[in-house]
Design a protein around this ligand. Structure first.
Ligand code: HEM
Ligand code: HEM
Length: 205
């Protein structure tokens, strides 16, 4: 089971009485799904500034010292782990599903939220994969000089530049979609005051 099921349609308010007279609540995402969500958020919030900082230091300021190398290595390592986190998360989601939509939403709000969620899954698989393909082509697979990531392609510097350009460009699309997603979460919490944010909050039983 993925989520703690209560009866789906209780009308406004999150608390209601079940047929047994027990206090029940609307369904939320399961504990694992919520942990995976917030682990992804943490990793993405580190990866974007890290990517910007390392390219600013390397490409813009043209400083190629130990710190720049360490920033690139961290970016590759965390990004590589994030890719597998997303693969695991996608498998978990496909196997376990999500709780039914918040009942008070209009049809287009449900459709928009599903679209955004699947777009985020897609982007967060494609973006790190392009990074990995890019460093394979370059090639620049070393992580802190300790080990290499497995190569996904034969060296081709021209293609590497195009793939990494696409990587950087899709990150900006991802950040825009995440911005919309966060705005929607806050709109539900502060303006509509419905149960949508609660579905994903950590620490619920
Ligand atoms: C979701 C995960 C990732 C995010 C959010 C992310 C984010 C970024 C960002 C914001 C930049 C700077 C783009 C720019 O300045 O135009 C960047 C560049 C870069 N990323 Fe990632 N990245 C991710 C995963 C990866 C992975 C897994 C690798 C390699 C294993 C990687 C390798 C690179 C490289 C080599 C660059 C430099 C590109 C250049 O110099 O033009 N990234 N990334
Ligand atoms: C890097 C940033 C984020 C990413 C990539 C992300 C990704 C996702 C994805 C893929 C889902 C769909 C889960 C599923 O059905 O399997 C989701 C759901 C959700 N996220 Fe995020 N999220 C991010 C940040 C946030 C933040 C900061 C908040 C809160 C302010 C938030 C609140 C929610 C809520 C409430 C849901 C459940 C929506 C619903 O029940 O329809 N997310 N998120």
């Amino acid at each position: 089971m993925t989520h703690d099921h209560g009866p789906g349609n209780l009308g406004p308010g999150t608390l209601g009485s079940g047929t047994l007279g027990l206090a029940t609540t609307r369904p939320v995402y399961g504990a694992i799904a919520r942990r995976l969500h917030w682990a992804t958020v943490g990793a993405v919030f580190v990866m974007v500034p890290l990517g910007l900082a390392m390219t600013y230091r390397g490409n813009t300021l043209d400083i190629w010292d130990g710190l720049t190398d360490a920033l690139y290595s961290s970016h590759k390592l965390i990004g590589f782990l994030l890719l597998w986190l997303m693969v695991g998360r996608l498998i978990w989601r496909l196997l376990h599903g999500a709780p039914p939509d918040e009942p008070s939403l209009l049809w287009w709000q449900k459709a928009a939220s599903h679209l955004v969620h699947w777009l985020l899954y897609g982007l967060l698989l494609v973006v790190p994969l392009l990074g990995w393909i890019g460093v394979s082509l370059y090639p620049s697979l070393t992580v802190f000089g300790l080990f290499d990531l497995p190569a996904l392609a034969k060296p081709n510097e021209d293609l590497a530049k195009r793939v990494l350009w696409l990587h950087g460009t899709l990150v900006f699309a991802t950040v825009a979609v995440i911005g919309g997603h966060i705005a929607a979460a806050l709109y539900h919490y502060f303006i509509r005051k419905d149960g949508v944010l609660r579905r994903m909050l950590p620490g619920l039983k």
